[in-house]
Design a binder for this molecule. Structure first.
Ligand SMILES: CC(C)(COP(=O)(O)OP(=O)(O)OC[C@H]1O[C@@H](n2cnc3c(N)ncnc32)[C@H](O)[C@@H]1OP(=O)(O)O)[C@@H](O)C(=O)NCCC(=O)NCCS
Length: 355
């Protein structure tokens, strides 16, 4: 097959006016590329030694599949995608990738995530076709997320390539992520194990009843941050001070204080189609509800999202408040999971990516 392609390409170079020949070439190369992507278990079938030179279309590395341009009738080399560090210069195109998937991120949401983490961008001919990010919490823990490959480029090993780069960077520490159904196979093969589920609830809340529990909650001030930080790191078992500082800048923090000690807190900020409430850390579900209700009460007629860990009581209460469960992702870990201490629990995440 490689010889046929090489011969046809040679002819294509010699006689660019032959439209029929060029169309046939397109067909042949497209189907061979499809085969090379689908037939990944046999990557050596199409070897670089068959089709040498600058117009190489297929290599024996599945992540380096070439492509034919769909916009022209000519065989055009499209270079193998290149990995580069994800920077703020990628934000606008990253927004395009997430929008293509129907994910509701705004540019500001990408900037928030990028400002706190680091990651990789996969670019092809100047176009961003994939992203993957890591958020470091101390030296022993990190979360991974924003792992996206453009629809048209999926199934060619690019997701695995991005993920490998993340894993190389991360080293032997404990890694956590929340996986969509599409990501499960990839992450499982890389040693990630399921440890629970995260439920995405959202909607415009129905008007709430004023309850005495609301009186337990007050807005947090700067002076509360050290105690919020302590409560959070005990509860999730990871130091997340930088994240909390950014949350305080980007939105509103509220606390429950008992005997001068912060026993619960919630963050609320603009995100996606409206606002997101999370993290929510509390001693029990009643306190978690009070923190969420307080945040909702400040945002009448606003679209709200809450990503909760597996806590049935809170989920059914959110449903009654008009925040329907719309999706479920799988929480996964590689390495020794963080060890929470103290009495509080993490009821809602900051986001599925940042944990
Ligand atoms: C998940 C995702 C990043 C994988 O990227 P990709 O480039 O298509 O993946 P690869 O070609 O490297 O394949 C990696 C593995 O995932 C599997 N896979 C890819 N897309 C899949 C899908 N839609 N459903 C199920 N499995 C899929 C492949 O079969 C492959 O398995 P293998 O190693 O046994 O061959 C990509 O499908 C994507 O962007 N999905 C939408 C966004 C998303 O859900 N991201 C995960 C967030 S946690």
């Amino acid at each position: 097959m490689g010889y046929v392609i090489r011969a046809l390409m040679q002819q294509d170079e010699d006689d660019c006016n032959s439209l029929g020949l060029v169309l046939m070439l397109r067909h042949l190369v497209s189907s061979s590329l499809r085969n090379s992507a689908e037939n990944m278990s046999d990557p050596d079938e199409y070897s670089t030694t068959d089709i040498a030179g600058p117009r190489t279309l297929i290599t024996n590395e599945r992540q380096r599949c070439g492509e034919m341009s769909e916009r022209t009738n000519e065989a055009v080399e499209v270079r193998a995608p290149e990995l580069t560090r994800f920077t703020s210069a990628h934000l606008q195109q990253a927004l395009g990738l997430s929008s293509e998937l129907g994910w509701p991120y705004r540019l500001e949401d990408w900037a928030f995530a990028q400002g706190l983490g680091e990651g990789w961008a996969l670019e092809q001919a100047g176009r961003l076709i994939g992203t993957a990010m890591r958020w470091q919490y101390g030296h022993a823990f990190a979360t991974l997320g924003m792992i996206i490959v453009a629809n048209a480029s999926q199934g060619r090993g690019y997701g695995a390539r991005l993920f490998d780069a993340l894993l190389d960077d991360a080293g032997p520490q404990t890694l956590l992520l929340n996986s969509t159904r599409e990501g499960l196979g990839l992450y499982s093969r890389c040693g990630f194990l399921p440890i629970g589920e995260v439920y995405q609830h959202q909607g415009v809340p129905t008007p709430g009843l004023s309850s005495p529990e609301l009186g337990w909650v007050r807005a947090a001030g700067v002076c509360d941050l050290p105690m919020i930080d302590k409560l959070d790191s005990e509860t999730v078992g990871m130091p997340r001070g930088r994240l909390l500082q950014r949350l305080a800048q980007a939105g509103r923090l509220s606390v429950i204080v008992r005997n001068g000690v912060v026993t619960g807190y919630a963050a609320c900020r603009r995100f996606g189609r409206g606002h997101v409430i999370g993290p929510v850390v509390a001693e029990d579900v009643t306190h978690a509800q009070a923190l969420i209700e307080d945040a909702i009460s400040k945002l009448p007629d606003t679209f709200i999202r809450v990503d909760i860990s597996t806590t049935p009581d809170l989920g059914s209460w959110l449903e009654t408040r008009g925040l329907k469960r719309v999706d479920t992702v799988t929480a996964m870990v590689r390495g020794a999971p963080p060890q929470p201490s103290g009495n509080a629990r993490l009821f809602a995440l900051c986001s599925q990516s940042l944990g």
